[in-house]
Design a protein around this ligand. Structure first.
Ligand code: DI6
Ligand code: FE
Length: 408
């Protein structure tokens, strides 16, 4: 049993704000939160290990609810091409883009992919992340989608982190099916999805509904197949063009629709009605030099929960820094610091269907982050420094050693 004292706790349990408790005490028992409240209300725990938070801020462990963390190769050359004038779409149409990462990922062994993904996951964790969603989508056939998702599961065996896997086989059309997207969709529905779901590798199903991806009709076929297997869905929607994908996803009670720069009010309303979370990805917005912002005002107006994630991937968001996404969401999308922190805690949990994470509440997993800061807005305000002190995963504390060479 552990007792964390002398902290301010951002519980994220109220409707809009931080759910802040000043001078709080949190008691952890058997990996779960047994008590959270004001210090003067806390029950006695004579045998507990006492942790002095030194007046720091305790938040839920952060949740990165949209990543493509398992891949091989580099797209630095495409970054150069873009800086010489080519667009992301042009590069994709010329066989680069997602396809070049598919080639490298297929060629890599599972061991090589795991090495690369461990490094990326540890980078996220060192900044307070305790849950990471990991998508496939760089394999695009049964064997290689399985390889990606298996590596994702291995991350959770090797690191103190919660991993949620998402099958994104409908990310691009592989070369074996060139000019036959419908044929590939049939392969996903009849073979890849049911096989990998049966192997326990799939927590949710996603697709890239886009002019350079799959049509709404093709996307809907994948959704139907997911629904038959009882799997929740997510969707890459309205990133480059408005395909009305968010509405389609919401009609299938999607956990989330993600990107959403081109989202219209009809889509927003459908999301509100179906409890679909809007996952905003400011890293991709920034890296693709997008100018069309997601409709944050409309999402607010219709009370759609907003989450924020890195979209960590080699093409549109080669970024492994979730706190930076908070600052970008505030600066680019004009989200408030409260919305930003909710976006990587309570709302990110909702986007993954995790109902025992993302808040500090009795009975929930003790996934917690202790930060060396007084005001919760600091987490959105500053970046480049790392105020994380201690990270708890399932009640086990891991101290971050920030400067191993110094005496501190
Ligand atoms: N949208 C994205 O931002 C990533 N996938 C997607 O559907 C980009 C993937 C890549 O360029 O490799
Ligand atoms: Fe993505």
């Amino acid at each position: 049993m552990q007792r964390i004292e002398n902290i301010n706790a951002a519980t994220m349990t109220d409707d809009k704000g931080y759910g802040l408790i000043q001078d709080a005490t949190v008691i952890i028992n058997k990996g779960k939160i047994e008590f959270v409240g004001a210090a003067f209300d806390a029950p006695a725990t004579p045998t507990a290990e006492v942790i002095n938070g030194n007046g720091g801020l305790l938040t839920p462990g952060l949740i990165d609810c949209h990543t493509h963390l398992v891949w091989a190769g580099s797209r630095a050359n495409e970054f150069s091409q873009r800086l010489h004038g080519a667009s992301y779409q042009e590069i994709a149409e010329q066989g680069g883009g997602i396809k070049s990462t598919v080639k490298a990922t297929r060629e890599a062994s599972a061991e090589e992919l795991l090495e690369l993904a461990l490094e990326r996951a540890e980078t996220l964790m060192s900044q307070g992340v305790t849950t990471i969603e990991v998508k496939s989508g760089y394999g695009l056939d049964l064997e290689n989608e399985r390889k990606q998702l298996t590596v994702a599961r291995q991350l959770a065996e090797q690191l103190p982190v919660n991993i949620k896997t998402t099958l994104l086989a409908a990310h691009a059309v592989p070369s074996e099916f060139s000019n036959n997207a419908d044929g590939y969709i049939a392969e996903i529905i009849q073979n890849i999805l049911p096989t990998l779901a049966n192997e326990g590798l799939v927590d949710a199903v996603d697709a890239f509904c886009e002019s350079i991806g799959f049509s709404p009709a093709q996307t809907e076929k994948v959704f139907k197949a997911a629904r038959e297997l009882g799997l929740p869905i997510k969707l890459h929607a309205e990133q480059i063009t408005n395909q009305k994908g968010a509405k389609l996803a919401a009609d299938y009670q999607a956990l989330s629709a993600d990107h959403l720069e081109q989202l219209d009010e009809e889509g927003v309303k459908a999301m509100a009605e179906n409890g679909t979370v809007a996952v905003l990805l400011p890293g991709a917005f920034y890296f693709l030099r997008d100018t069309q912002k997601p409709p944050v005002e409309l999402l607010r107006k219709h009370a759609v929960p907003m989450a924020i994630a890195t979209d960590a991937n080699p093409g549109s968001s080669p970024i492994h820094n979730l706190p930076l996404m908070l600052q970008m969401a505030a600066t680019f999308f004009h989200m408030t610091p409260e919305e930003c922190l909710r976006g990587v805690t309570v709302n990110a949990a909702k986007a993954l269907g995790e109902n025992q994470r993302g808040v500090i509440a009795e009975g929930c997993y003790a996934d917690l982050a202790l930060w060396n800061c007084k005001d919760a807005a600091e987490l959105t305000y500053q970046f480049g420094v790392n105020p994380l002190k201690t990270l708890w995963f399932n009640g086990v504390a891991h101290d971050r050693v920030s400067k191993p060479w110094s005496a501190r």
